[in-house]
Design a protein around this ligand. Structure first.
Ligand code: PMP
Length: 367
């Protein structure tokens, strides 16, 4: 049999994203006969202990990895993608009476704001639609009296910017961490609510992690059960049949992170990988130019452009010939983007840098 690693592409997609080989191999080994059950985990009732053990285990692992205070926070596993949270957050936290203050730092934060606005539950605290090169400044004094939370997108997947810190306020901070949760240490105590779809650093699409401060839960919010955090918690994230396979993969990813040495180690590795690419871009005599403001650069999504559109197209075509895929920028922004999630190894990044160097050597006269 051909070595699996030989024909695998180098996949720098912004998500769904490349998984660690160790995780893929475990999935392969478990796939048809999960732990001797005679079934795949995809096929079995979510009430069977093989699955329910996984369900409990992953919630516990998330609590341990993120050092979550169980007295203060609940962890929920949900469906509907991160996007479902764009409406669940205002519905549950602002509850049609108050408002969320939104910081527009990228396309996804804009989408989150639009949902809150449609529910008459959001206003823009800072940022300007379409201007996402850097992280906008915000002034906490501009917060309105009827505000019940401040919404941030911690990592802007499309433009490639990332928050390094969050403000200290009396108001709960809600953060969409879809593209950086589990890529680094986070102090959960600083947040009222964190949500993240899994398909970047935490596994595959289909499950969204929600971490919520119990003080934000309201039993009498008159919301339909499926849109009500309280009901999901009451039913131990099994209000609907859970996305069992996605949760199983999330469990393998959290186990993999533990085996790697936990989030501090993962953070160091991700920073080192990002630095390799950014350093090369910055020393490429402007053949490659970073698209994000220097101080706000993301460790997760590295965005850059080439001197001309023609060179960019050639770059992407040549990359594909070398089995390097997913490097095209988002269609709204253009340019190129290397996503540097947990499943990308240092070796993968070294190969990318080598490809960028060789491409520049061959093509720099075409500028
Ligand atoms: N927020 C961020 C920061 C994202 O990057 C994405 C997806 N790329 C989303 C939200 C939307 O996630 P989903 O597709 O799971 O709804």
């Amino acid at each position: 049999m051909q070595d699996m690693k030989e024909y695998r592409k180098l996949n720098f997609s912004s998500g769904p994203a490349q998984l660690p080989m160790e995780v893929l191999e475990e999935i392969r080994d478990d796939l048809i006969n999960y732990k001797g059950s005679g079934m795949s985990i995809m096929e079995m009732s979510h009430r069977y202990s093989w699955y329910s053990d996984v369900h409990q285990e992953v919630i516990q692992r998330l609590k341990t990895l993120l050092d979550i205070n169980e007295d203060k926070y609940e962890v929920i596993l949900m469906q509907g993608g991160a996007r479902a949270q764009f409406s669940m957050v205002p519905l549950n936290i602002a509850n049609r009476r108050r408002k969320g203050a939104y910081i527009l730092s990228g396309v996804w934060s804009e989408e989150a704001y639009n949902e809150a606005l449609a529910l008459d539950s959001g206003y823009i605290l800072a940022g300007e639609i379409g201007n996402y090169e850097g992280i906008p400044d915000y002034n906490l004094e501009d917060i309105r009296k009827d505000t019940s939370y401040i919404h941030f997108t911690s990592n802007n997947t499309i433009s490639g910017t990332q928050y390094k810190n969050f403000p200290k306020t009396d108001l709960p901070i809600v953060a969409d961490m879809t593209s950086d949760l589990l890529s680094k240490k986070v102090n959960v105590d600083n947040f009222g609510l964190i949500y993240a779809a899994a398909q970047k650093n935490a596994g595959i699409a289909g499950v969204t992690i929600v971490i919520i401060n119990k003080e934000l839960l309201n039993k009498k919010n008159n919301l339909p059960a499926s849109l009500n955090y309280f009901e999901h918690i009451k039913n131990s994230s099994m209000l609907s049949t859970p996305p069992t396979f996605s949760i199983y993969v999330l469990n393998l990813m959290t186990k993999w992170i533990e085996n790697m040495g936990g989030l501090n180690t993962i953070e160091k590795i991700n920073l080192q990988k990002a630095k390799l690419i950014y350093d090369y871009i910055d020393n490429s005599s402007l053949f490659y130019t970073g698209l994000a403001a220097q101080n706000d650069r993301s460790t997760m999504n590295i965005t850059f452009k080439l001197p001309t559109k023609e060179l960019e197209k050639l770059f992407l075509d040549e990359a594909e010939k070398m089995n390097i895929i997913g490097v095209n920028g988002h269609y709204l922004l253009g340019g190129c983007r290397v996503s540097n999630y947990n499943g990308i190894t240092k070796d993968d990044i070294n190969k990318m840098v080598l490809f960028m160097k060789e491409f520049k050597e061959i093509n720099s006269d075409k500028r």
